[in-house]
Design a protein around this ligand. Structure first.
Ligand code: ADP
Ligand code: MG
Length: 293
């Protein structure tokens, strides 16, 4: 199968005003997305998902590494015609209604009026926007705004869809509808790269996943084979995630001990640092909490 997206040793360091490194948002990341698959980019908030998607789209430049998208460099004008993108935040013009917003994006892609009208009608039906299409976007709920964002991402009938947390803020019914829609789009031959901070949310529709933690890839592969050792357990993906994070932490601690020599020097003072078990519980809560934004 063709590789539609490929990242090789990609890092992104955000610098402060003085040009000093501030945050390493993505560290030495390599993975590829194949044609026709649904690929999930998972990880808790702040793990580098949105940064990775923006690097792939050419909205940010990598500090190191190489990226190709549809056989071209990120940001390439020709490739853009075949890409649909749903950003993490909804940037809808609050005084325009759904129909006007979609018409605006249709014009950007130079769609002739008749095609535009047909496609907008189809998307309004497909995404359950009917009845809301004449209300200004400023009045939409988060879930409805996500639906319109998705319709906007689909207006050019893209080959490749890049969706940053598409189900964020949706109720379980809306989220299920979106997942069914994505499966339908996959059947039509689309390639989909999708991110979520809720591990189990999109797991069921992904062919393959990458899990990020603090900017690093900590696991990747087919969902089924990654979760094989956890078969039959509830919250298996979260358990798998915590096991991998703990293994990572173990490795880091060993490294620290080797580098520092005496483990005593690194001991937290006066209980200021949380114990691993507490952090795990907190993390698990976050990963399971469906309404978190
Ligand atoms: N423009 C930016 N400037 C500085 N730091 C940033 C910027 N964008 C993201 N970050 C930092 O990079 C890390 C990864 O962020 P992000 O990619 O948004 O994670 P996620 O989408 O997984 O929540 C976070 O620590 C975040 O604070
Ligand atoms: Mg994000």
């Amino acid at each position: 199968m063709n590789e539609i997206i490929k990242l090789e040793g990609v890092s992104k360091v955000f610098k402060d005003f003085w040009g000093k490194p501030k945050v390493v948002a993505v560290k030495d990341l390599s993975f590829s997305v194949k044609e026709g698959e649904i690929f999930g980019l998972l990880g808790p908030n702040g793990s580098g998902k949105s940064t990775t998607l923006k690097l792939i789209l050419g909205l940010l430049y990598p500090t190191r590494g190489r990226i190709s998208i549809l056989g071209r460099l990120p940001g390439d004008n020709l490739a853009k015609r075949f890409i649909g993108y749903l950003p993490e935040e909804d940037y809808l013009y609050s005084y325009l209604n759904a129909r006007e917003i979609l018409n605006f994006y249709g014009k950007i892609f130079n769609l002739p009026p008749r095609v535009r009208k047909e496609r907008i009608d189809m998307l309004i039906r497909l995404l359950g926007i009917k009845g809301y299409e004449v209300r200004p976007a400023g009045e939409y709920s988060k879930g409805m705004a996500r639906r319109i964002g998705l319709a906007q991402a689909l207006i050019n009938d893209p080959k490749l869809l890049i969706l940053d947390e598409p189900t964020n803020g949706m109720d379980p019914i809306g989220s299920k509808e979106v997942k069914d829609l994505l499966l339908d789009l996959k059947k039509k031959g689309k390639t989909i790269l999708i991110s979520s901070h809720l591990l189990a949310d999109i797991e069921s529709i992904c062919d393959r996943i990458v899990i990020l933690y603090q900017g690093k890839l900590i696991a990747s592969g087919e969902v089924d084979s990654l979760l094989l050792p956890y078969k039959g357990e509830s919250h298996s993906l979260e358990r798998f995630f915590l096991d991998v994070v703990n293994r990572e932490r173990g490795k880091e601690k060993k490294k620290e001990k080797r580098e520092i020599g005496s483990p005593e020097e690194k001991k937290p003072q006066g209980g200021a640092e949380k114990k691993d078990a507490d952090v795990d519980k907190e993390l698990l809560q976050k990963l399971l909490h469906r309404d978190e934004s």
